[in-house]
Design a protein around this ligand. Structure first.
Ligand code: AMP
Length: 399
């Protein structure tokens, strides 16, 4: 059975075609500059590629280009879209409405659209993409939506509420929703498999460290707390995002520099974090190179990032009254041995011991802690597309 996974933004559309009989990716690709010009780059699993510039005024033309790439191009992987059992869409914001993945219908579409106020860059684009999918493939292929937020819906109120006047929660739904939930779920499921234990018997901390970063505490198989908040700006410093800071610092800067709320939002989301501190880049590889050649601000950014990650891990160990396993994932989590070593060395008080050679591995699934370690430490490459495909398959198999 083949599942088509879609991750749509306002001007881009990433996709994968996964054969669920063996969970292998048959093809993956990207449509870019939708609404502006339009380009597709598509790659089959055997390395054949198809690239084209083709007008994509809307997501509908992008899907038509995908159909051509998959069915007719020199990198074709199927004979017809009839071979596709279902389509799974990644959705960024499910608010408090969506506690799990579900089939698309009119009510679901309008709820995703209404939640757009909390994810203005993402949810409206998801709705456009789903509608374009219906236009391109008709209603013969069932469509499923999988939310970045739903894994975090098990958080208790004491974790998700902000200590603001209660009316803002009631009027506007201002509370913590979290993000990267599909990744945290995928990685914590893998931890349970590698531990050969039921997830319900484990206390797990998953660290998704990429350009966006979040850390989640999972107890009894459920998320009990996560670092991202009302939006993915919260938590600790990321590529260009500030993470948590004293809100008074922002009102002070806004007054001094005569900035609007939108300006402040832009600064915190796009000009802060590793980029803001280092002044070099949002990319950890550039920052590491700059720090290596003596750039003090790059070194400071690195130190801050590691310290903030350690503190979140520490908070969640306390919140769960212990931890059995910690897993690192995401571009940084999978590829930065020094960051992992820093965190683990500072957990020596829990008996954490890692094998320095195993920790040098990059981008591979591996247990880096030794057999004597008080906590098991893993590196687990995330696979959000596969998690979306699995949910999609599970839902459509019941139809
Ligand atoms: P992501 O958003 O998960 O793609 O992660 C992007 C971040 O991962 C960037 O800061 C990259 O510098 C970092 N990253 C990706 N690959 C590597 C690598 N091989 N070594 C170090 N950092 C990496």
């Amino acid at each position: 059975m083949k599942i088509f996974v879609v991750n749509a933004g306002s001007s881009s559309l990433k996709y994968q075609l996964i054969d669920m009989d063996n969970e292998q990716v048959l093809a993956k690709g990207l449509c870019e500059r939708i609404g502006v010009t339009g380009a597709i780059s598509h790659k089959a699993a055997d390395g054949r590629e198809y690239k084209a510039e083709t007008p994509m005024p809307t997501h509908s033309e992008a899907f038509e280009a995908v159909v051509y790439a998959m069915v007719n191009s020199k990198a074709k992987v199927i004979d017809s879209f009839d071979e596709i059992a279902a389509i799974g869409h990644r959705i960024v914001q499910g608010g408090a409405i969506f506690k799990g993945s579900c089939l698309v219908n009119d009510k679901v579409l309008s709820d995703i659209s209404d939640l757009g106020a909390m994810a203005p860059l993402h949810n409206p684009a998801h709705v456009l993409a789903i509608k374009a999918c219906i236009k391109t493939f008709g209603d013969k292929i069932p469509q499923v939506v999988v939310f970045d937020t739903s894994f975090h819906q098990t958080m208790p109120a004491k974790a998700y509420m902000y200590a603001l006047p209660y009316e803002y929660y009631e009027k506007y739904g201002v509370r913590k929703y979290g993000a990267h939930g599909t990744s945290h779920r995928f990685v914590s499921d893998r931890v349970a498999v590698l531990e050969n234990k039921d997830k319900k018997d484990l206390k797990i901390i998953t660290c998704h460290l990429g350009n966006g970063c979040s850390i989640t505490a999972i107890k009894d198989g459920k998320c009990i707390d996560t670092s991202m908040g009302f939006t993915p700006l919260d938590g600790f410093m990321m590529g260009t995002r500030s993470g948590t800071i004293d809100p008074s610092a922002l009102t002070y800067i806004a007054e001094k520099e005569n900035l609007s709320a939108a300006d402040i939002n832009n600064i915190c989301n796009k000009k802060s974090g590793m980029l803001g501190i280092s002044g070099v880049s949002n990319d950890n590889r550039d920052i590491a190179a700059a720090a290596e050649s003596g750039n003090e601000r790059a070194k400071l950014a690195t130190d801050m990032q590691r310290y903030q990650i350690l503190k979140f891990v520490g908070q969640y160990i306390a919140a769960m009254n212990g931890v059995d396993a910690i897993a690192f994932t995401g571009g940084i989590g999978e590829n930065d041995p020094e960051l992992r070593e820093y965190v683990c060395e500072n957990l020596a008080f829990l008996g954490v011991k890692i094998d320095k050679d195993l920790n040098k591995l990059r981008g591979k699934e591996v247990k880096i802690s030794t057999d004597e370690s008080g906590v098991d430490i893993f590196v687990i490459p995330t696979n959000e597309e596969l998690a979306i495909a699995r949910d999609t398959l599970e839902i459509v198999s019941k139809l």
